[in-house]
Design a protein. Structure first.
Length: 250
Protein backbone atom coordinates (compact mmCIF):
# COMPACT_ATOMS: atom_id res chain seq x y z
CA UNK A 1 0.00 0.00 0.00
CA UNK A 2 1.56 3.31 -1.09
CA UNK A 3 1.30 6.68 0.57
CA UNK A 4 0.58 9.77 -1.50
CA UNK A 5 2.48 12.86 -0.42
CA UNK A 6 1.46 16.25 -1.80
CA UNK A 7 2.67 19.75 -1.16
CA UNK A 8 -0.60 20.84 0.42
CA UNK A 9 -0.27 18.05 3.01
CA UNK A 10 3.19 19.13 4.16
CA UNK A 11 4.06 22.00 6.48
CA UNK A 12 7.77 22.66 6.06
CA UNK A 13 7.97 23.97 9.62
CA UNK A 14 7.05 20.49 10.84
CA UNK A 15 9.18 18.48 8.41
CA UNK A 16 12.51 17.28 9.76
CA UNK A 17 13.53 15.46 6.57
CA UNK A 18 14.13 18.34 4.17
CA UNK A 19 15.03 15.91 1.39
CA UNK A 20 11.38 14.84 1.56
CA UNK A 21 10.21 18.45 1.64
CA UNK A 22 12.24 19.35 -1.43
CA UNK A 23 10.89 16.32 -3.25
CA UNK A 24 7.25 17.17 -2.59
CA UNK A 25 7.64 20.92 -3.04
CA UNK A 26 9.96 21.04 -6.04
CA UNK A 27 7.17 22.42 -8.23
CA UNK A 28 6.68 25.34 -5.86
CA UNK A 29 10.39 26.06 -5.80
CA UNK A 30 10.63 25.93 -9.58
CA UNK A 31 7.70 28.31 -9.89
CA UNK A 32 9.38 30.62 -7.40
CA UNK A 33 12.58 30.87 -9.45
CA UNK A 34 10.79 30.77 -12.81
CA UNK A 35 12.46 27.60 -14.10
CA UNK A 36 10.96 24.18 -14.83
CA UNK A 37 13.64 21.49 -14.73
CA UNK A 38 13.77 18.66 -17.22
CA UNK A 39 15.84 16.61 -14.77
CA UNK A 40 14.59 17.19 -11.22
CA UNK A 41 17.58 15.36 -9.76
CA UNK A 42 19.78 18.29 -10.82
CA UNK A 43 17.57 20.62 -8.81
CA UNK A 44 17.90 18.30 -5.80
CA UNK A 45 21.65 18.03 -6.15
CA UNK A 46 22.01 21.81 -6.06
CA UNK A 47 20.89 21.65 -2.41
CA UNK A 48 23.00 18.73 -1.19
CA UNK A 49 25.55 19.90 1.39
CA UNK A 50 28.59 17.73 1.97
CA UNK A 51 27.61 17.22 5.61
CA UNK A 52 24.46 15.40 4.52
CA UNK A 53 26.46 12.88 2.52
CA UNK A 54 28.79 12.27 5.46
CA UNK A 55 25.79 11.00 7.42
CA UNK A 56 23.97 9.45 4.45
CA UNK A 57 26.69 7.77 2.35
CA UNK A 58 24.14 5.76 0.36
CA UNK A 59 22.31 8.85 -0.87
CA UNK A 60 22.00 8.65 -4.65
CA UNK A 61 23.23 12.18 -5.43
CA UNK A 62 26.57 13.87 -4.93
CA UNK A 63 27.13 17.18 -3.17
CA UNK A 64 26.40 20.52 -4.79
CA UNK A 65 30.08 21.51 -4.99
CA UNK A 66 30.59 20.70 -8.68
CA UNK A 67 27.46 22.62 -9.61
CA UNK A 68 28.64 25.47 -7.39
CA UNK A 69 31.93 25.62 -9.30
CA UNK A 70 30.06 25.83 -12.59
CA UNK A 71 27.56 28.38 -11.33
CA UNK A 72 30.30 30.61 -9.96
CA UNK A 73 31.94 30.80 -13.39
CA UNK A 74 28.63 31.41 -15.18
CA UNK A 75 27.58 34.09 -12.72
CA UNK A 76 30.81 35.99 -13.28
CA UNK A 77 30.40 35.91 -17.06
CA UNK A 78 26.74 37.00 -17.07
CA UNK A 79 27.28 39.81 -14.56
CA UNK A 80 30.34 40.99 -16.51
CA UNK A 81 28.31 41.06 -19.73
CA UNK A 82 25.47 42.95 -18.05
CA UNK A 83 27.83 45.58 -16.66
CA UNK A 84 29.60 45.92 -20.01
CA UNK A 85 26.34 46.57 -21.83
CA UNK A 86 24.89 48.94 -19.23
CA UNK A 87 27.95 50.99 -18.30
CA UNK A 88 29.47 52.51 -21.41
CA UNK A 89 31.33 55.15 -19.40
CA UNK A 90 33.07 52.76 -16.96
CA UNK A 91 36.54 51.37 -17.44
CA UNK A 92 37.82 47.90 -16.63
CA UNK A 93 38.73 48.76 -13.06
CA UNK A 94 35.30 50.23 -12.34
CA UNK A 95 33.47 47.22 -13.77
CA UNK A 96 35.70 44.85 -11.84
CA UNK A 97 34.76 46.58 -8.58
CA UNK A 98 31.06 46.48 -9.42
CA UNK A 99 31.17 42.82 -10.35
CA UNK A 100 32.97 41.98 -7.12
CA UNK A 101 30.27 43.79 -5.13
CA UNK A 102 27.50 41.89 -6.91
CA UNK A 103 28.95 38.37 -6.60
CA UNK A 104 30.53 38.55 -3.15
CA UNK A 105 29.38 36.07 -0.54
CA UNK A 106 27.09 38.32 1.47
CA UNK A 107 25.32 39.59 -1.67
CA UNK A 108 24.65 36.06 -2.89
CA UNK A 109 23.57 34.94 0.58
CA UNK A 110 21.11 37.82 0.86
CA UNK A 111 19.56 36.92 -2.50
CA UNK A 112 19.37 33.21 -1.57
CA UNK A 113 17.72 34.15 1.72
CA UNK A 114 15.09 36.21 -0.10
CA UNK A 115 14.27 33.11 -2.17
CA UNK A 116 14.12 30.85 0.92
CA UNK A 117 16.76 28.59 -0.60
CA UNK A 118 18.15 27.72 2.82
CA UNK A 119 14.90 25.91 3.63
CA UNK A 120 15.68 23.28 0.99
CA UNK A 121 19.27 22.41 1.93
CA UNK A 122 20.14 18.80 2.71
CA UNK A 123 22.25 19.17 5.86
CA UNK A 124 23.86 16.82 8.32
CA UNK A 125 22.62 17.01 11.90
CA UNK A 126 25.63 18.95 13.12
CA UNK A 127 25.36 21.53 10.36
CA UNK A 128 21.63 21.76 10.98
CA UNK A 129 22.03 22.39 14.69
CA UNK A 130 24.78 24.91 14.00
CA UNK A 131 22.45 27.15 12.01
CA UNK A 132 23.59 25.94 8.60
CA UNK A 133 20.40 27.01 6.86
CA UNK A 134 21.20 30.66 7.49
CA UNK A 135 24.99 30.47 7.20
CA UNK A 136 26.16 32.93 4.56
CA UNK A 137 28.62 30.53 2.95
CA UNK A 138 26.02 27.78 2.56
CA UNK A 139 23.50 30.21 1.10
CA UNK A 140 25.99 31.70 -1.35
CA UNK A 141 27.09 28.24 -2.44
CA UNK A 142 23.55 27.02 -3.03
CA UNK A 143 22.80 30.14 -5.07
CA UNK A 144 25.74 29.36 -7.35
CA UNK A 145 24.88 25.66 -7.46
CA UNK A 146 21.33 26.46 -8.55
CA UNK A 147 22.67 28.54 -11.45
CA UNK A 148 24.99 25.68 -12.38
CA UNK A 149 22.10 23.21 -12.26
CA UNK A 150 20.02 25.33 -14.64
CA UNK A 151 22.97 25.47 -17.05
CA UNK A 152 23.45 21.69 -17.06
CA UNK A 153 19.72 21.09 -17.42
CA UNK A 154 18.84 23.72 -20.03
CA UNK A 155 21.98 25.41 -21.34
CA UNK A 156 23.62 28.80 -21.22
CA UNK A 157 20.68 30.94 -22.37
CA UNK A 158 18.42 29.61 -19.60
CA UNK A 159 21.14 30.16 -17.00
CA UNK A 160 21.77 33.68 -18.27
CA UNK A 161 18.05 34.44 -18.16
CA UNK A 162 17.87 33.24 -14.54
CA UNK A 163 20.84 35.36 -13.48
CA UNK A 164 19.54 38.39 -15.35
CA UNK A 165 16.14 38.15 -13.68
CA UNK A 166 17.40 37.45 -10.17
CA UNK A 167 20.17 40.05 -10.23
CA UNK A 168 18.54 42.80 -12.28
CA UNK A 169 17.50 44.83 -9.25
CA UNK A 170 20.95 44.58 -7.66
CA UNK A 171 22.68 45.52 -10.92
CA UNK A 172 20.39 48.51 -11.35
CA UNK A 173 20.97 49.61 -7.77
CA UNK A 174 24.73 49.35 -8.16
CA UNK A 175 24.63 51.32 -11.39
CA UNK A 176 22.38 54.04 -9.98
CA UNK A 177 24.33 54.51 -6.79
CA UNK A 178 27.73 54.17 -8.39
CA UNK A 179 28.70 51.63 -5.74
CA UNK A 180 32.46 51.54 -5.16
CA UNK A 181 32.92 54.27 -7.78
CA UNK A 182 33.42 57.91 -6.87
CA UNK A 183 33.10 59.82 -10.14
CA UNK A 184 34.21 63.05 -8.52
CA UNK A 185 37.40 61.52 -7.16
CA UNK A 186 38.16 59.87 -10.48
CA UNK A 187 37.62 63.10 -12.39
CA UNK A 188 39.82 65.00 -9.97
CA UNK A 189 42.54 62.37 -10.30
CA UNK A 190 42.55 62.59 -14.10
CA UNK A 191 42.39 66.38 -14.21
CA UNK A 192 45.23 66.82 -11.74
CA UNK A 193 47.34 64.31 -13.63
CA UNK A 194 46.82 66.12 -16.96
CA UNK A 195 46.62 69.78 -15.95
CA UNK A 196 47.50 70.07 -12.28
CA UNK A 197 44.13 71.74 -11.69
CA UNK A 198 40.98 70.90 -9.76
CA UNK A 199 37.43 70.59 -11.13
CA UNK A 200 35.11 73.42 -10.04
CA UNK A 201 31.46 72.61 -9.30
CA UNK A 202 28.86 75.38 -9.52
CA UNK A 203 25.19 75.23 -8.54
CA UNK A 204 23.33 76.80 -11.46
CA UNK A 205 19.72 76.13 -10.52
CA UNK A 206 17.49 74.73 -7.77
CA UNK A 207 13.77 74.30 -8.35
CA UNK A 208 10.78 72.87 -6.53
CA UNK A 209 9.43 73.00 -2.97
CA UNK A 210 11.83 72.57 -0.06
CA UNK A 211 10.80 68.96 0.52
CA UNK A 212 11.25 67.99 -3.14
CA UNK A 213 13.91 70.17 -4.75
CA UNK A 214 15.84 69.34 -7.90
CA UNK A 215 19.38 70.69 -8.27
CA UNK A 216 21.42 71.39 -11.40
CA UNK A 217 25.20 71.58 -11.15
CA UNK A 218 27.89 72.31 -13.74
CA UNK A 219 31.53 71.29 -13.52
CA UNK A 220 34.40 73.01 -15.28
CA UNK A 221 38.20 72.98 -15.37
CA UNK A 222 40.13 76.17 -16.02
CA UNK A 223 36.95 77.87 -17.18
CA UNK A 224 36.17 75.06 -19.66
CA UNK A 225 32.70 73.52 -19.28
CA UNK A 226 32.85 69.73 -18.94
CA UNK A 227 29.54 68.48 -17.66
CA UNK A 228 26.12 69.18 -16.20
CA UNK A 229 24.09 67.03 -13.87
CA UNK A 230 20.84 67.10 -11.95
CA UNK A 231 19.62 65.28 -8.88
CA UNK A 232 17.55 65.47 -5.73
CA UNK A 233 20.59 66.66 -3.77
CA UNK A 234 23.63 68.76 -4.63
CA UNK A 235 25.84 65.72 -4.11
CA UNK A 236 23.80 63.63 -6.55
CA UNK A 237 23.88 66.44 -9.12
CA UNK A 238 27.65 66.84 -8.71
CA UNK A 239 28.16 63.10 -9.18
CA UNK A 240 26.11 63.15 -12.38
CA UNK A 241 28.03 66.16 -13.65
CA UNK A 242 31.33 64.44 -12.86
CA UNK A 243 30.20 61.29 -14.68
CA UNK A 244 29.37 63.34 -17.79
CA UNK A 245 32.68 65.17 -17.49
CA UNK A 246 34.57 61.88 -17.34
CA UNK A 247 33.02 60.76 -20.60
CA UNK A 248 34.08 64.02 -22.27
CA UNK A 249 37.54 63.92 -20.74
CA UNK A 250 38.19 60.43 -22.08
Amino acid sequence: MSTCVCVSCVDKRQVTDYALYLMVDSSGLQEHIGVTFNDSSLLQQAFVHRSYLNENPDFSLGSNERLEFLGDALLGVVIAESLYRQSDGLDEGDMTKLRAALVRQDSLAHLALSLDLGDYLYLGQGEEKGGGRKRARNLACVMEALIGAVFVDQGFEAARDLVTRLFSRNVRKVMEQGLAIDYKSKLQELVQADRQERPIYRLVEAAGPDHDKTFWVEVSVGGEFLGRGCGKSKQAAEKEAAKQALERWR
